[in-house]
Each structure stands twice: as structure tokens, then as C-alpha cells.
Design a protein around this ligand. Structure first.
Ligand code: SAM
Length: 251
């Protein structure tokens, strides 16, 4: 599963310009992340650097992007070369992440559901925790565990399809089919229950776990009409997720 983005890197990069990504995904994620001015941000599963660049442009002081796919990192570095923003990119598996320093916030648009099993999910979360001081936050977009996608056809109007193979149990494979331009590409993710995510966060040392349904940018309604968004917003395939490293009790 780790190498799957090498083959679809360019397709995935192009899919970032779809209305869903602009008016729901980015809107929700950036709202959850909040003001990054002057902050040190670690962007895990950074892909070709879409959010790394956004966060640096929004005023983050230091941005480090990490991705397991050499092809994704190469696309990110090409863009850094063409338009230098001072972002550092590292090709690594978050399950085995070395020490990259301390960050005010760790973000990840779609990482945890690529852990092959609950043990690797916990290794990811422990490595994320290690990069945050007390009071630090982890903000992520993830598979929505409450919307198991067993052959759900409602997303086809948005240019993708998602199926869960087998029952909604930890480790069940999810397949996404997406259309970018005229081409179809697919990738796989892994289902975990909400209870598993929360238990793993707690074991890794996080508190205050909050799930956030996707939020629609009003500009998206103005651009496409309310009806366009209804199916997606009523049955969101993704969820925002945030947790914290507990700050020490103040005096
Ligand atoms: C859906 S893409 C999202 C990319 C980027 N965050 C974005 O929103 O444009 C998921 C990314 O996670 C990366 N990834 C999957 N498993 C990973 C792991 N164990 N460690 C680091 N990156 C991983 C993939 O290579 C891919 O680039």
C-alpha cells in the first residue's frame, strides 16, 4: 500500500482542483488548523505539498512535509524548486519516523487510514505525539468511520466511488475510484472503527479527541448551488479529527 501513490502521483495532484477539495476539504481542514502565523508545522502524508505550500503561504514559520512516496516528494520538490518557499520535504514512513524536531502543530490530510493494521496505527500516533510539546495539537482529515461505504453509489456525481470490502471492522480494505480529467485511477485505504481511533490516541498520549464533520464554504454554494452539495454533506465520506497533548496544569 505504501507505494501506491508513486503510480498515481500526477493524477492525484490534478484531482486537488475539484470543487469538493476546494469548498469542503480545504475549507474544513484550514479552519480546523486555524492561525499558523509564526508556527512550526509538520505536514504528514504531505503528498505533492498542497497543504505544505498553503500553510507556509499563510505565514507558518517552519513547514516540514513528510510522505512515504518518493514520487509525491519529487513533485513537491519540483514545485519548491520552481517557487521556493523554504519548505523542507522528507521521504519517510510515518510508522518509522525519525526525529524531525518539535512542532506547534502536526497536520495530516489523509494519513491514519493508510496504516495496515491497528498496531501500525498506534506507531503512527506515537510518532506524531513525539513531535509535539505539551499543549500541541494534531489535526487531520480522515476516513469517516461512521459512514461505512459498502457499495455506496451516491458519490459518483462528484467524480469518485468508494467501496468497503467486507464488514465494517478494523483492517477492512476500502477502495476509492476517482476521475481526474478523463482518466480513472484507484487507491486503497483501511477501515478502523471510531473506538479504535480513540483508544489508539489515548494510548499514544493524546487527550481531547474531537471529531468534526466537513464544513461547506458558502462560496461553494454560491458557485454550484445548494443541491449540488446535499448528497455529500448528508453522507460525508471524510471527517476531521483533532486531539491534543495535555498541557501541564497551570499554577
Ligand atoms: C490522499 S494523499 C493526500 C496527500 C496530501 N495530504 C493532500 O491532501 O494533497 C495520501 C498521502 O499519504 C501518503 N502516505 C500513505 N501512507 C503513508 C505513511 N505510512 N507515511 C507517510 N505518508 C504516507 C501517500 O503517499 C499519499 O501521498
Amino acid at each position: 500500500m505504501s507505494a501506491q501513490y508513486d503510480e498515481i502521483a500526477e493524477h492525484y495532484r490534478r484531482s486537488k482542483s475539484s470543487p469538493l477539495r476546494t469548498y469542503v476539504e480545504a475549507y474544513t481542514f484550514l479552519q480546523m488548523i486555524g492561525d499558523v502565523r509564526g508556527k512550526r508545522v509538520l505536514d504528514l502524508a504531505c503528498g505533492e505539498g498542497f497543504y505544505s505550500r498553503r500553510l507556509r503561504t499563510l505565514g507558518a514559520d517552519r513547514v516540514v512535509g513528510v510522505d512515504i512516496s518518493p514520487q509525491m516528494i519529487s513533485l513537491a520538490e519540483q514545485q519548491e524548486c520552481e517557487n521556493p518557499l523554504g519548505i523542507e520535504y522528507v521521504c519517510a514512513d510515518v510508522c518509522d519516523l525519525g526525529d524531525l524536531g518539535s512542532f506547534d502543530i502536526v497536520v495530516a490530510a489523509y494519513l491514519l487510514h493508510y496504516a495496515p493494521d491497528a498496531q501500525d496505527l498506534e506507531r503512527m500516533c506515537r510518532n506524531i505525539r513525539r513531535h509535539l510539546p505539551a499543549g500541541g495539537r494534531f489535526v487531520t482529515l480522515n476516513e469517516n468511520p461512521d459512514q461505512p461505504p459498502a457499495r455506496y453509489a451516491g458519490y459518483e456525481q462528484y467524480g469518485f466511488n468508494k467501496t468497503l470490502e467486507g464488514p465494517s471492522a478494523d483492517g477492512a480494505p476500502i477502495t476509492y475510484w476517482m476521475i481526474a480529467g478523463r482518466e480513472l485511477f484507484k487507491f486503497h485505504a483501511v477501515y478502523f472503527t471510531r473506538t479504535t481511533y480513540e483508544a489508539v490516541f489515548a494510548r499514544a498520549g493524546f487527550t481531547d479527541v474531537t471529531w468534526q464533520p466537513p464544513v461547506l464554504d458558502p462560496a461553494g454554494v454560491a458557485a454550484h448551488g445548494a443541491d449540488y452539495w446535499r448528497e455529500y454533506m448528508d453522507n460525508p465520506p471524510i471527517a476531521g479529527l483533532e486531539c491534543r497533548v495535555q498541557a501541564p496544569p497551570c499554577c
